[in-house]
Design a protein around this ligand. Structure first.
Ligand SMILES: Cc1cc2nc3c(=O)[nH]c(=O)nc-3n(C[C@H](O)[C@H](O)[C@H](O)COP(=O)(O)O)c2cc1C
Length: 253
C-alpha cells in the first residue's frame, strides 16, 4: 500500500513547520527525524508507489552535511519525492540542487521542490514569526498543486536554481555555551543532532562536531544556553542588509 512519509532535519522547528504546512493534505504521514544522532537510517526503505517529502534548512547556502549523510542511508527505490529547503530570509543558494543530487543518489524521483522562509534560527529578528499567516496560506496552496501533479502521475523533471559545483562550505565557529542558570538537566546533550555535547561536560560542546544548528539553545528549559553576545551582534550587523525585506516562498513543479 502506498505510504506518505516526511523525512525532516529541523534543529529548531522552522523546517518542520513548513513541512507540516506542505503536507496538510497527506493522509497518515509518518516521519523520519534526521536529527536523531542514534537512529539507524539504513532500516528505512520505500516502494515506487510511495510519496516522500524531504525537508532541510539551508545552512550557509548549503544543505547540512549531517542531514545529507543520513539521507544517503535511506533507500528511495524510485519513490516520488518533494524537496523542501527552508531558509532564514537571506538566501538558499545551492541547497536545493544539493538536495536534488542527494535524493537522486538515494533512488528518489524528485517531482517538486519548495523554498520556504522561516525565522532565522541564529538571528531571530530576521523573518521573525515566519512562517506566518500569509506563508501558511501560500504553502497550503503549494500542497494542493503538488498533490495535483502527483495524482496526474506526472514525473516531469525540475529546473532548480543553484550551482554545480556547489559553493564552498564554511564553518560559523559559533558554539553555544551553558549560562549560569544551567541545572545540568542534560537535555541539550540528548537532543544534539551531532552528539557534540558530552553529558558529563555540559558547559560547552565539541567544536569539531558542533554545526551551530541552535538545537541546544532552542530546547534549553532554563533558556540559559546561548551564543557569545558580541559575536551574535557582529553577525547580525553583517547580515542586516542581506536579510532585509520579505523574501518570497517559491514552488518548482
Ligand atoms: C548554521 C546556520 C546557518 C544558516 N545559514 C543560512 C543561510 O545561509 N541563509 C539563510 O537565509 N538562512 C540561514 N540560516 C537560517 C536557517 O536556514 C533557518 O532559520 C531555518 O528555518 C532553520 O531551520 P530549523 O528551524 O528547522 O532549525 C542558518 C541557520 C543556521 C543555524
Amino acid at each position: 500500500m502506498m505510504k506518505y512519509t516526511k523525512i525532516i532535519f529541523s534543529p529548531t522547528g522552522g523546517t518542520r513547520k513548513a513541512a507540516d504546512l506542505l503536507t496538510k493534505n497527506w493522509k497518515d504521514a509518518g516521519t523520519i527525524d534526521l536529527s536523531d544522532a542514534v537512529d539507524d537510517y539504513t532500516k528505512y526503505s520505500f516502494d515506487p508507489e510511495d510519496v516522500v517529502l524531504i525537508a532541510m534548512p539551508s545552512f550557509g547556502g548549503l544543505a547540512p552535511q549531517i542531514a545529507l549523510d543520513r539521507l544517503s542511508r535511506i533507500k528511495g527505490n524510485s519513490a516520488r519525492c518533494v524537496l523542501v529547503c527552508v531558509y532564514g530570509n537571506r538566501a538558499y543558494e545551492d541547497t536545493l540542487v544539493q538536495m536534488e543530487d542527494a535524493a537522486g543518489k538515494s533512488g528518489f524521483q524528485v517531482i517538486a521542490a519548495v523554498a520556504a522562509v522561516a525565522e532565522h534560527s541564529i538571528m531571530r529578528q530576521f523573518a521573525e514569526g515566519r512562517p506566518d499567516e500569509d506563508d501558511s496560506r501560500e504553502l497550503t496552496e503549494y500542497a494542493d498543486k503538488i498533490m495535483k501533479k502527483l495524482e496526474a502521475g506526472n514525473t516531469s523533471k525540475l529546473s532548480l536554481p543553484g550551482n554545480r559545483p556547489y559553493k564552498k562550505a564554511g564553518s560559523l565557529g559559533m558554539v553555544p555555551k551553558a549560562g549560569s542558570d544551567c541545572t545540568e538537566c542534560g537535555l541539550c546533550a540528548k537532543q544534539c543532532p551531532t552528539a557534540a555535547i558530552d553529558l558529563r561536560v555540559l558547559k560547552s560542546a565539541d567544536k569539531t562536531k558542533c554545526i551551530s544548528c541552535m538545537r541546544c539553545v532552542a530546547v534549553c528549559p532554563q533558556k540559559t544556553r546561548h551564543l557569545n553576545g558580541a559575536m551574535l551582534a557582529a553577525a547580525s550587523l553583517a547580515l542586516k542588509k542581506a536579510c532585509s525585506g520579505r523574501k518570497a516562498n517559491e514552488l518548482f513543479l
